[in-house]
Write a protein that binds this ligand. Structure first.
Ligand code: PLP
Length: 397
């Protein structure tokens, strides 16, 4: 049996995997079990902020692993205290809570919003979220995620979530009732297809939340930690949220999640929320190293200029290939959309030529490389993508 057959036999068949077994990586590159090298424009789904096995991250994990892995939150640890300082200082938030994943961070933020509703809004508990959003796979986050394909298999869903059209302030206003306690949004919808709202959307949502005393929760699990050209994507939108959820790129590949909130919104009392692993010393040491590196080397600014380079290249490809109907993105969260369902074929052709790209939807490719990507990597990726497009469009267009 090969690995592919073993996976088919042993695993719950929920993942659509590309046919490669990856064994090691360094920087922008990763190798499979046959020794073939791939340029990585997926980065573990926007997780590997510093690329594969960055020496700074390896060293931090190595050091911490000789000292202390885990204590639980019955005690203080210095990596966790240090990470909270670093995040709060750079986000303008005032209090932190650490979790293990994106879903867990956003779900914790929703629990915080329910406490807010209990305390300040007469027991209001409903959270308004957007169609085409993505907030994770727990049962509640599936209810928050406004995509029927994630919801239908699990009905009846937990109550208390209202999905409304994205980038439509009047839809939020119409959905608001005396039961509403919060609005939950991504700054740019990642899994939903790299959807960027109008420039003033978040400002209008902020105003509405202020008017109604609702919490504004921004899910920056994908957009945060430098990916969109600022340390947090909301910093480009002229708003300050009440609550932020972080995960993906936060520790460069080590599982972690975080909730950050303003003093006013931090209404959890002792015992009202908790976790065994969350804020684990090893994960926090990794995250400190990643964040310090990102800040010290101003990778958000780098991400912005590299993103512009990729977007420019994709726009050139759009002129060359009429089946490309849109290219869009901010920083290093980018997408290319086709007028037909050829994204998987193109991704497989890229894979064959040594480039990992994510076929997020049947008609859409997503580019989410590590923040350390360099112009030479981009030229190479665009060159492979062009060849793949020639190959596939000859067959289809
Ligand atoms: C990936 C993602 C999540 C879920 O994160 P997990 O770590 O998979 O639970 C939540 N929100 C957004 C915006 C995401 O991109």
């Amino acid at each position: 049996m090969n690995w592919h057959e073993i996976e088919q036999k042993d695993f719950m068949q929920v993942f659509e995997r590309l046919p490669v077994t990856l064994v090691k990586g360094r920087g922008m590159y990763v190798r499979d079990d046959k020794g073939k090298r791939y340029l990585d424009f997926v980065a573990g789904i926007a997780v590997l902020s510093l690329g594969h096995c960055h020496p700074v991250l390896v060293k931090a994990i190595n050091r911490q692993s000789h000292k202390l892995f885990h204590t639980s939150n019955l005690f203080y640890t210095t990596p966790q205290l240090k990470l909270a300082r670093l995040l709060l200082k750079n986000s303008g938030m005032q209090r932190a809570f650490f979790a293990n994943s994106g879903a867990e961070a956003v779900e914790g933020a929703v629990k915080l919003a329910r406490r807010w509703g209990h305390i300040n809004l007469n027991g209001a508990y409903e959270v308004i979220s957007a169609n085409n959003s993505f907030h994770g796979r727990t049962l509640s986050m599936v209810a928050a995620t406004g995509q029927p394909k994630f919801q239908h298999p699990y009905e009846p869903l937990p109550t208390g979530f209202i999905n409304v059209p994205f980038d439509d302030i009047s839809a939020i206003k119409e959905a608001t009732t005396e039961k509403t306690c919060a609005v939950l949004l991504e700054v740019i919808q990642g899994e939903g297809g790299v959807n960027i709202p109008q420039a003033d959307y978040l400002e209008q949502v902020r105003q509405w939340c202020d008017e109604k005393n609702l919490l504004l929760i921004l899910d920056e699990v994908q957009t945060g930690v430098g990916r969109c050209g600022t340390l947090f994507a909301y910093q480009q939108c002229g708003v300050i949220p009440d609550v932020i959820a972080l995960a993906k790129g936060l520790a460069g590949g080590v599982p972690i999640g975080a909730i950050l909130a303003t003093e006013k919104a931090s209404v959890f009392a002792k015992g009202e929320h908790g976790t065994t692993f969350g804020g684990n010393a090893l994960a926090c040491a990794a995250s400190c190293a990643v964040l310090e590196y990102i800040i010290k080397h101003d990778l958000p600014t780098h991400a912005r200029s590299m993103g512009e380079l990729i977007l420019g290249g994709l726009k050139k490809l759009q002129q060359e290939f009429p089946c490309i109907v849109d290219v869009r993105g901010k920083g290093l969260l980018l997408a290319l959309q086709f007028n037909q369902d050829i994204a998987k074929d193109v991704a497989l052709a890229c894979l064959d030529m040594g480039l990992l790209v994510n076929n997020l939807k049947p008609n859409l490719l997503r580019f989410i490389p590590p923040l350390i990507v360099q112009p030479a990597d981009i030229n190479k990726a665009l060159c492979i993508l062009q060849k793949a497009l020639y190959k596939i469009t000859e067959q289809h267009c």
